[in-house]
Design a protein around this ligand. Sequence first.
Ligand code: ZN
Length: 252
Amino acid sequence: MDERAQHRSAMSGGDRKSDARKTVVVTTSWDDGDRLDLKLADLLANRGLRATFYVPTGNLGTASVLTSSRLRELADAGFEIGAHTVTHPVLTDITGDSLVREITECKQVLEQMLGREVPSFAYPKGRANSEIATRVKRAGYRSARGLRMLSLSFDFPPFDMPITVQAFPHRWMGYARNLLRRGAVATLAKSSIAISRSRNWVQLGKTMFDRALREGGSWQRSIRAIRASRGCSSGDRRSDQQKAPRTRSLKS
Ligand SMILES: [Zn+2]
């Protein structure tokens, strides 16, 4: 979803400083194309929420994965369909032609299937580096979703789009590693208490949402964005061992 475009639209007139303090943008992203995404789409639509569904193309129509016709239904209903490779590999583990194919072929397949541009990409498990981001950009994408968590800012690199909260039972150390790996020390310091006091990701998401509604003034927080993300995790092994059932609804 082109959140920058939403921002530009929201900020197209009036007192920008005043508007900035009031602006809250809610987006959600859902990975891997499970057939239950159709039910999920109904729940989102009933609440007026937008979403991007990132799907790998290699297994569409198999087992519990959406078929191409169902995917078209989602797109026709106004949801964004994003690319998520062909076979869902960790991109930092592959190179050369394999890497190029995983990034480019899914875009071509989806665009042919949907008859529209597929401008965004999500890195499986959020794993990427500068070379991968460059290849994604060269393939014609306009943005890519990473897994930098607890972000409420619109000031982010288009090929490392952050999220606010992921529907995954990370521990405090999981968040700390995620943020420190990306140099987000200030974000960790600011969010540390909220992480510690939250019993689960739902409560943390609500806390972050309240913060988005409440705070204003600094440039970094002049625009509010909260994003929920479900799907491939960042690979926190200890969290994997404690994995809870994935949440298919936005209800707590
Ligand atoms: Zn995934």
